[in-house]
Design a protein around this ligand. Sequence first.
Ligand code: SF4
Length: 500
Amino acid sequence: MRVLLLEHPRNIGEENINDIANAPLSSCLFTGYIAGVLKEQNHHVDIIEGYLERRSYEEIYQMIKEFKPKVLGIHMVYQWKADVELYQLLTQVKEEGLVSYITAYGYYPTFAYEEIFRECSILDTIILGEPEMTFLRLVEKLEKHNTHHQLKGIAYREATNKLHIQHTEAFEDLDSIPFPERTAASLSIGEVNIMGSRGCYGNCTFCYINAFVGSGCSKWRGRSPENIVAEIDEVIAKTGMRSFYFTDPNFFGPGKQGQERALKLASLLKPRNIQFGIEARVNDIHDTTIKALVEAGLKHILIGLESGKEESLKRLNKMTTVEENEKALKILRNNGIKPNVGFIMFEPDSTIEDLRINYDFLKRNEILNSLDITVNVLYHHQIILQGTKSYKELKQQGRLKLSSLSTYEGSADYKNPQVARFAVIMREITNCIFGCYKTLWCNDIYSAAGMKEKYDQVNRMLINVFEETLALLEKGSVIDESYKLNTIQASKEYIYSKLS
Ligand code: SF4
């Protein structure tokens, strides 16, 4: 069967520039895996990289017209806005008979299928959860029976207009799936994304990695080290590229077995002369394993510290402690790794005391020494996404606020109005810095001579604003509207004078 897969164009407004990406990193291989699985069964598959190749909708329309697919699959991602252009394209190609069947997959449609069906009635189905095996079964069912009825793992409208939803089980045997297809565009980003495991044994209140797979699934599933290395060898042979990034939400499996698997993988990677990055929980950072991974080429790591306060870690159900956070930082630094960190400075229930404890934690652990990290940790609010425990709890408490556009991302008012105003100040200033970063990257002057000093000056300014505002709040002063506006304006002027 002829199947065309579309990564649609994405637009991120300035307002959301510092928010978590519109889809978890682990979703970036969905389309490649679907293509790999379908090709193995001799289906004719192609991929349109509408996002990476910056294709216009007119170009995408022409590409669909040329390929003449029987099935069009869309990796749909959340864009903080109504996807009018995408829905118009899908309606056009269906109404003109260029495509007979359209399905969507990804995190956003898995959780927000109701609103997507409402806005885009032309869609035949939405695939729920990990898409590749369900996509294959869908194509097989369409080929043999010309229907998707009774297939597990999809959502669709019945003839009565009622939504039919049926989840499927998590796929266990990751070694049995063919390697993902990689397009030239996906390789042009300078490193190769690779998936070594799926899911997570954690259960943080703000995370929907496990809910995505299916209700009740709280599970980490790993590929064997041998299978991962076989894929790496294939990539090196085909492309010569030796820089990899593991898209796993949690690189390490649980406990002793997880560490042993990582050690085995390190021993296989070491002779291959590659470099790679990973994302991990702090309780999995142990000296022996990190040392072995560094010797095998580990260069970058993102660890989810999330907070410097025990009660907040408990509230987030992180199942880690402040001591483990500090120990992980030390181990990584001792092994020559400068860790990137996930940190939630502002939660809906944050108090001024929480902010002080968080701030002292960041200073004590020397996390505020460079702007690229400071800008991420001195402001980050808790993102509240559909499918998470926080979303459900805030909804039950009547505190969840939804935009008129989507149920996918909610927000909640801060309990403390002074914390709320403080958060606005930090959000505006950090967004301004991210905007300047983007311009510097685009103009290729991000690492030009003299920039380091300017970054250091902006870093000091950002820390000062945080410190001064926090000190005012601790003294019992009220941050009023004029303090907020003046602080934001003065900070932005300073940032522009240094970074633009
Ligand atoms: S540790 Fe990371 S991946 Fe695992 S549940 Fe928490 S946030 Fe999600």
